[in-house]
Design a binder for this molecule. Structure first.
Ligand code: PMP
Length: 359
């Protein structure tokens, strides 16, 4: 798809060109079957192969294959996982710990509180979530500890994860597949797909099977991770199109060198972006430097009165989606896996031009 748009949207966000091409083709004529992907049965062997292949590809990319983990494609967004996590893992008299590093963690914490006792183990709310709390003391009696690895709205990211024996649950919605980590440290990872793992309509859940064995309470099937594993992510009709886009995106990721290659490219893009934010006299970044997100670079104009001029210039250059979240203001360049460095270079040039003419 030829386009002069540079898509910095935070999600749904940029997808690789070849993914869009193949997804569009499959809607018109899936695998030369004369049928559309979105009109065939989800039990058609061709689709069953796709969802199974996407599930194993996800595990492989995280280096979790044959390590006792299952991957699922479920629905309801990451927001439903806020609920499903607590429904499954928070026991009747138990307590769950949450590290509150942004609006999404805060939502996760609030949703879990419907199921039992929650403690906020640490928070960065005191400084409008512009840093990641350090040296966190983790109570030893928790059923699980929940963290959000990358804070999409505020542009902060955990660089190191709490060392703990307590089951670690992580919302990786906005940085999954972007960097190499020892993923065996996590007992449950979830992510909405619409950033690095496809498009909206599906969420990836990667869970250590052993974690679910200890659950004793009855859980309705649709909320029950064990049921979804048992039914191979086909307990009910999956979001066929979204799963297919995830399948294509994960294949693209693997063919592009996997997570290691992504990390290298992402670091280069983030370096370029933050160097300009720090150098340019008209802008500033407010996320704590050591906690800066490699996926979402947030920045602000020193003089808000220049916003219209900057927005107009961005629009003229085809720069799309850099406005900050409505609750945070300012700007946010989301530079996910599929974002080419050339688009970041263009944004940097636009910022430089802006400084030269309006500074
Ligand atoms: N967690 C994080 C870190 C997110 O960035 C988002 C969405 N941007 C969500 C959760 C919520 O995802 P959804 O809208 O799919 O429920």
């Amino acid at each position: 798809m030829e386009t002069n748009r540079h898509n910095f949207s935070s999600g749904p966000s940029i997808l690789p060109d070849e993914v869009l091409q193949k997804a569009a083709q499959a809607v018109l004529n899936f695998n030369d079957s004369g049928l559309s992907l979105i009109e065939i049965s989800h039990r058609d062997p061709a689709f069953v192969d796709i969802i199974n292949s996407a599930r194993s590809q996800a595990l492989e990319l995280l280096n979790l294959q044959d390590k006792g983990y299952s991957a699922l494609f479920l629905q309801g967004g990451a927001s439903l996982e806020f609920v499903r996590v607590a429904y499954n893992l928070l026991s009747k008299n138990g307590t769950a710990g949450y590290i509150n590093t942004g609006s999404w963690s805060n939502n996760a914490l609030n949703e879990a509180s419907y199921f039992g006792k929650i403690v906020e183990v640490a928070s960065s709310k005191d400084k409008k979530y512009n840093y990641i709390p350090k040296n966190i003391e983790i109570p030893s009696n928790l059923d699980y500890l929940h963290i959000t690895s990358n804070n999409t709205i505020y542009g902060t990211q955990f660089k190191e994860f709490p060392q703990t024996d307590i089951p670690l649950v992580c919302d990786m919605s906005s940085d999954i597949f972007s960097r190499v980590l020892d993923f065996t440290k996590f007992d449950l990872i979830y992510a909405c797909a619409q950033k690095n793992a496809g498009t909206s309509g599906v969420n990836l859940v990667v869970v250590k099977n052993e974690l679910l064995e200890r659950i004793k309470k009855p859980i309705p099937n649709i909320m029950n991770y064990r049921k979804h594993i048992e039914r191979e992510s086909m307990y009910n009709t999956p979001s066929v199109f979204s799963v297919y886009v995830s399948y294509l995106t994960l294949n693209w990721l693997k063919d592009s060198g996997g997570v290691e290659a992504m990390e290298r490219k992402n670091r280069a893009k983030a370096h370029l972006m933050y160097s300009e934010i720090d150098r340019n006299n008209l802008f500033f970044g407010n996320a704590s430097v050591e906690d800066r997100s490699v996926m979402n670079a947030t920045f602000f104009l020193k003089d808000e009165k220049l916003a219209t001029q900057f927005n107009t210039l961005c629009l003229k250059e085809g720069i799309y989606g850099i406005n900050g979240h409505r609750t945070a203001g300012g700007y946010r360049a989301s530079i996910y896996n599929a974002m080419p460095i050339t688009s970041v270079q263009l944004l940097v040039q636009v910022m430089q031009y802006f400084e030269a003419h309006f500074g």
